[in-house]
Design a protein around this ligand. Structure first.
Ligand code: ATP
Ligand code: MG
Length: 608
């Protein structure tokens, strides 16, 4: 188990090092803030929320800076002169300002939060739109679940940053600058002393703060480890219990939690030290400043009211500074998340339309040609999946592709659907090179039934219309009938029958027939069938065969065959081995040759 775990770790590490652009570190280590600017278009795009938010932000800062002015007037005009009505009037003004401040602050909160959520929703759909358009080559170098984690974890981080941290940061920075300006005009000498004193107080805070931040990251990592450990075991709970590993697994989780606790204890220690030094430094600093300020008042360079005003700015400035330091860490982590999202957004699909795409003849006759095609998968460097593969298929012909596992049969389909481009040679349909037309137009020429027939959650009709959104109910039923899928669906709710996630409400054979119907309804010139390798019972087998028969009527059909019945129906059998055509002919002649096919037939198509 431990070995497996470390192997998984290795895989993960290897996965993150492959292909610079697709592979990213688990935790954003970037100290740079520049990626934060990438959010600007998302924020600016929503002017109706953005501008009110900015105006409210500025108004909020202004009114917060005004409050100490009211306080100064109360002290200087009221208290100093024993003027009771002036004091009362002053406090009424104070309360009115507070009411206005409350309204503005709440409205600012509303618009700022809304802006954050709006931008995050836009970003999330943009990232997904990009992901679903990227070529298969991008995904082969991505760890499974990594793309989804960008979409969820990273965007969630950005969401919370935009919704709160960004606002805290902006507000406090502006308040701090405003307070400093006001303080400077009130008493530049005092402000000057503070400029020297504050950094002295802040140095220990930053030193310990950095350590606290590092330790919190460590705690987060340990907790993530523990969670990963737990989810791995819970996902494979059958296996854990079947092998009696409950106690070992529970123990490992306890250890992971223990490590997280030890990290947390170190963090608490550092944090305690930090709090202590902050409190001490802060109050010594305040005492010192107050002493200096009183000297100024006694020397007649400042009124008592101005002293009160100054003190209010200083206190709000210090607390604002603390909050800026707090959100700094959030900004840094967000910066990493944005960087990862931007990388996806800047990724261009390898497979895309040429600058001047040619028009596909419509309809094409379905004459398929592989002209000396060589190809190896992006992650494989040595072995070629296709090696000078040559194949010419006439319009309307039915060709069976057979060959040992790993010969490259499914790769032929992936190339035909232009999920990848060949490294040498060309793939042609009616003499038109795949790379000369728009990928969507090219792919529209094919109906495709994959080896594991994947269906989507939703009704039978939804699944059929996945291939042809405009298909009428009659067309859908006709396709289902041709694919021998209508009879069993009728016993459920017909077109409304819910197929369940991945079609789990159906049997293997039923799933396949619905997938064949889905390919049929598209009415494309070329049909690609990757026959399932799993065994079907005799009745299902007969039904699938009959469905395949109808599917290959009057159109070019290429079928990757694992059954003798399928092979027999074909006009021609092409035997593949190691990425090239090894033998060609009909069943009898190939058996007589006594080559790969004869061997396969003996092993695979048993009973013959
Ligand atoms: N996404 C991929 N990335 C890297 N290599 C791949 C990928 N898919 C397939 N291969 C490799 O390419 C070769 C051909 O695979 P392919 O799927 O075409 O075989 P196949 O003939 O369909 O086999 P089977 O009968 O088992 O389905 C194999 O060596 C396989 O390991
Ligand atoms: Mg295959």
């Amino acid at each position: 188990m431990a070995e497996q775990q470390s192997q998984a770790d290795l895989d993960r590490k290897a996965g993150t090092q492959k292909r610079g652009s697709a592979a990213l570190p688990d935790r954003p280590t970037s100290r740079k803030m520049r990626p934060l600017l990438d959010l600007w278009p998302y924020v600016a795009r929503r002017g109706l929320i953005f501008w009110p938010a900015i105006i409210l932000l500025l108004a909020g800062v202004a009114i917060t800076l005004y409050l100490p002015v009211v306080l100064r007037d109360i002290v200087d005009n009221g208290l100093a002169n024993n003027d009771i009505p002036a004091i009362n009037q002053g406090f009424i003004t104070f309360v009115l300002v507070v009411v206005l401040m409350t309204v503005i602050t709440s409205a600012r909160f509303y618009f700022m939060s809304l802006l954050g959520e709006r931008a995050a929703a836009d970003l999330r759909s943009d990232v997904y739109k990009k992901l679903i358009n990227l070529s298969l080559g991008y995904y082969s170098s991505l760890r499974s679940g990594e793309a989804v984690s960008r979409l969820t974890a990273d965007v969630t981080l950005i969401e919370s940053f935009l919704g709160s941290s960004a606002s805290i940061f902006l507000r406090n920075t502006l308040s701090l600058i405003g307070a400093l300006i006001m303080m400077f005009f009130l008493n530049w000498r005092l402000t000057g002393v503070m400029f020297i004193a504050v950094p002295l107080v802040m140095i220990p805070m930053f030193v310990i703060g950095t350590r606290v931040r590092k330790l919190s990251t460590a705690v987060q990592d340990r907790i993530a480890d523990a969670a990963g450990e737990a989810s791995e075991s819970l996902e494979a709970i059958e296996l854990v219990q079947a092998y009696g590993q409950e106690a070992t697994r529970a123990d490992r989780f306890r250890q992971a939690c223990e490590t997280a606790f030890q990290a947390a204890r170190r963090r608490i220690g550092a944090q305690t030290l930090m709090s202590a030094s902050i409190i001490f430094a802060l109050f010594v600093g305040i005492a010192f400043m107050a002493w200096l300020a009183i000297q100024e008042v006694l020397a007649g360079r400042m009124t008592s009211g101005e002293l009160a005003q100054f003190a209010m700015y200083a206190l709000s400035g210090v607390s604002g500074f603390g909050m800026i330091a707090d959100v700094f860490n959030a900004a840094m982590r967000t910066s990493g998340a944005i960087q990862r999202c931007s990388e996806i957004l800047n990724e261009e699909p390898d497979i895309r339309a040429p600058l001047k795409p040619k028009q596909m003849p419509s309809p094409t006759t379905g004459a398929v040609r592989f002209d000396n095609v060589s190809f190896s998968y992006p992650t494989e460097t040595e072995a070629a999946a296709l090696d000078k593969f040559d194949l010419n298929i006439k319009a309307g012909e039915t060709v069976a592709l057979v060959g040992p596992s790993g010969a490259g049969k499914s790769t032929v389909f992936r190339m035909l659907l232009r999920f990848y481009d060949p490294t040498a040679g060309a793939i042609l349909l009616d003499g038109m090179d795949a790379r000369a037309v728009k990928p969507q137009d090219w792919r529209a020429q094919f109906g495709y039934v994959p080896q594991e027939a994947a269906l989507f959650s939703g009704s039978a009709a939804d699944n059929i219309r996945f291939a042809a959104p405009d298909a009428t109910n009659e067309e859908a039923i006709a396709a289902l009938e041709a694919a021998e899928a209508w009879r069993f669906l009728q016993k459920k709710q017909g077109l409304d029958a819910e197929l369940g996630g991945r079609g789990k409400n159906l049997s293997g054979g039923e799933r396949q027939r619905v997938a064949i119907a889905r390919a049929l309804v598209r009415n494309a010139p070329v049909m690609l069938l990757d026959e399932a390798t799993s065994a079907l019972d005799a009745e299902n087998e007969r039904l699938v065969q009959s469905a395949l028969d109808k599917a290959s009527d009057d159109r070019t059909t290429i079928v990757i065959a694992h059954r003798l019945a399928t092979v027999r129906r074909a006009d021609r059998i092409v035997v593949m081995d190691k990425g090239s055509v090894a033998e060609e002919g009909d069943h009898e002649s190939l058996i007589k040759q006594g080559g790969i096919y004869a061997h396969l037939a003996e092993l695979q198509f048993n009973g013959n």
